[in-house]
Design a protein around this ligand. Structure first.
Ligand code: CP
Length: 298
């Protein structure tokens, strides 16, 4: 089974993946053995959390892991990405975990028909489905009824694959309210679920969960740059602003963090922060996703 984007999953598949991730978290002595599988990690774009947690997840499942060193691969000699994938599959790789700066590359690789399963570890500005899965796992662990929640996502929504996948996740689980907060320049080009606002106060008001996004300077075109003093003055998550949300609101961030830009350190490291719990849950959720990839029926 490929794992490419949240909108391709049924609600039952999402729920089953969550249950498996919680099971792995609660039963560290009872991990299943998938030693007949080989996973290749192909990270064409930088990563710390996603790459390492997929590797830890594969190790926990006793899978063989190949971290393909793309800095020294034969693509530098002119080999195509398609040929790289066909070559690895011919060697017996069963699962590709792919991150790429271009939208749609994991889907394209899945369509090549080499017989290996493809997991999307983040493609361009399109989707980051394993992040949305671990984010919702972290939310449900604390607040089990998403249909009663107000979730606010604040930041650079236009360039955020995380926000796209979270929109699909919130739609699938019928989240009570999803507020998408961004300055006009960084509003999402299409909205799948939720409502867009430029007002941080309106968006944060009575929120149960506040998800702060990174300012992604590397994805901005020349017309999309924003003055960071303006951004901080209007959209940064500070202690004062967090008071607008519910008193027990969860603070989340997919990482990596720009401390002092989109979020203040006292919030990121404060009692309402679940940022490191997201990272912890990422390992268990990625175990569930790798297991899903091995299954013909789920
Ligand atoms: N959240 C996330 O994808 O982080 P990395 O880029 O470190 O993998």
């Amino acid at each position: 089974m490929h794992f490419l984007e949240i909108s391709q999953l049924t609600v039952n598949e999402i729920t089953t993946l969550m249950q498996r991730a919680f099971y792995f978290k609660s039963n560290p002595q009872a991990f299943p053995n998938y030693n007949q599988y080989t996973v290749a990690h192909l990270f064409y774009e930088d990563s710390t959390r996603t790459r390492v947690s997929f590797e830890m997840a594969a190790n926990h499942l006793n899978m063989s892991v190949i971290n393909v060193d793309l800095q020294h691969s034969s693509e530098n000699k002119g080999e195509t990405l398609d040929d790289t994938m066909q070559t690895l599959a011919a060697m017996g790789v069963n699962i590709f975990v792919i991150r790429h700066s271009q939208d749609g590359v994991p889907e394209h690789v899945a369509e090549l028909g080499h017989g290996a399963c493809v997991i999307n570890a983040g493609d361009g500005m399109h989707a980051h489905p394993s992040q949305a899965m671990l984010d919702m796992m972290t939310i449900i662990e604390q607040k089990p009824h998403p249909e009663h929640l107000k979730i606010a996502i604040v930041g650079d929504l236009r360039h955020s694959r995380v926000a796209n996948s979270l929109q699909c996740m919130c739609a699938a689980l019928n989240v009570g309210e999803l507020a998408l907060i961004a300055p006009e320049l960084w509003q999402p080009s299409s909205v799948y679920y939720g409502h867009v606002t430029t007002s941080l106060s309106d968006g944060l008001m009575d929120a149960d969960v506040v998800i702060c996004l990174r300012v992604q300077n590397e994805r901005l075109s020349t017309t999309e740059y924003m003055d960071m003093t303006y951004y901080r003055a209007n959209y940064a998550l500070t202690s004062e602003r967090l008071l607008l949300a519910k008193p027990n609101a969860m603070v989340m961030h997919p990482g990596p963090l720009n401390r002092g830009v989109e979020i203040d350190s006292n919030i990121a490291d404060g009692p309402q922060s679940f940022i490191l719990e997201q990272v912890r849950n990422g390992v268990f959720m990625r175990m569930a996703i790798l297991e899903y990839a091995t299954s013909s029926t789920f």
